[in-house]
Design a protein around this ligand. Structure first.
Ligand SMILES: [Fe+2]
Ligand SMILES: [Fe+2]
Length: 300
């Protein structure tokens, strides 16, 4: 039976999350109107969150091209979300394999997998509905994802989950509250925010225990893997091929985004909560910290 020094509270947290899951869960196949046409002229992301906002490339685009770019950026984020959810589901199933199936903790892990199954269907339907390509991970990240989902346990597993979930969550909270945006993306974001709040609670709670239980060597290794995960997740947020949809060469768009102070500020804004949390746990330090800086999620 899997017990930690924290003992009962772990079960109490999982029990509360199971109750909340029964109360508020969505089925994207019935709760979303997939056939509603998009609202003409409405953005898919707040324009200031576009990776090219404020650049000469942005200034040179027509209004239609700007809207189109945010649509492809959203498709890139949904593709990255799908990719990471697939990794996450496998990590949770591996965790469950060793857990006590009668525990609320194990049962909540399965409930989270069930949520992610519905989310991945939702993101797949979103990409289909808006008619963009699926923006897949490049071969290196695809391989690293395969390795992470096959091996990650302990602090690096829960930290990687939190980085992906909390960065996406920052964007989605803003999208769901912005009435000027496309209704479909607002509702997709709302469903995801509501259900992910439980996942974040579960992972933050478990990460604290895992860090307490880990020795210094394991923590040193975890910091590196966490830094690399943060780097991959950030690089996957906007797929450079999205720029081709508005006639910008992917390499040119990518270089402009990386140099764009607005986009760099957006990245730091999106990661602020999780970076503070992981710093507080001592997980952003040493060589792994360099990867956080290179990914643009933290300064200095
Ligand atoms: Fe999800
Ligand atoms: Fe999640």
């Amino acid at each position: 039976m899997e017990r930690t020094s924290a003992g009962f509270p772990r079960e109490a947290v999982a029990d509360r999350l199971l109750t909340a899951s029964v109360r508020t869960s969505y089925d994207p196949l019935v709760d979303l109107d997939w056939s509603a046409p998009p609202v003409p002229g409405a953005y898919w992301l707040p324009p200031r969150r576009s990776s090219l906002y404020g650049t000469p490339l942005w200034d040179g685009m027509t209004e239609e091209q700007r809207v189109e770019l945010t649509k492809h950026e959203v498709a890139g984020a949904a593709s990255a979300g799908l990719w990471f959810e697939t990794i996450l589901m496998q990590m949770l199933i591996r965790h469950y394999y060793d857990a006590d199936p009668t525990s609320r903790h194990a049962q909540y892990a399965l409930t989270e997998v069930a949520d992610e199954c519905r989310h991945s269907i939702m993101f797949g339907r979103l990409i289909e509905a808006i008619g963009t390509p699926v923006y897949r991970a490049d071969p290196v990240d695809h391989l690293l994802g395969r390795w992470l989902k096959a091996t990650a346990t302990g602090p690096q597993m829960y930290a990687a989950i939190l980085i992906a979930e909390e960065i996406l969550d920052s964007f989605q909270r803003e999208i769901m509250a912005d009435e000027s945006l496309q209704p479909l993306i607002r509702m997709v974001s709302r469903i995801h925010v509501v259900e992910e709040a439980r996942h974040v609670r579960f992972a933050r709670d478990e990460l604290g225990r895992q860090v307490e239980a880990a020795g210094p060597v394991a923590l040193g290794y975890a910091r590196l893997v966490i830094g690399r995960a943060a780097y991959s997740i950030t690089r996957r947020l906007v797929n450079p091929r999205a720029y081709a949809a508005v006639g910008i060469a992917p390499a040119v768009g990518l270089a402009a985004a990386r140099a764009n102070p607005h986009w760099r500020a957006t990245l730091r804004w999106s990661a602020q909560r999780i970076a503070e949390h992981l710093t507080g746990l001592g997980l952003i330090a040493g060589p792994g910290r360099l990867l956080w800086r290179r990914s643009g999620l933290i300064e200095g």
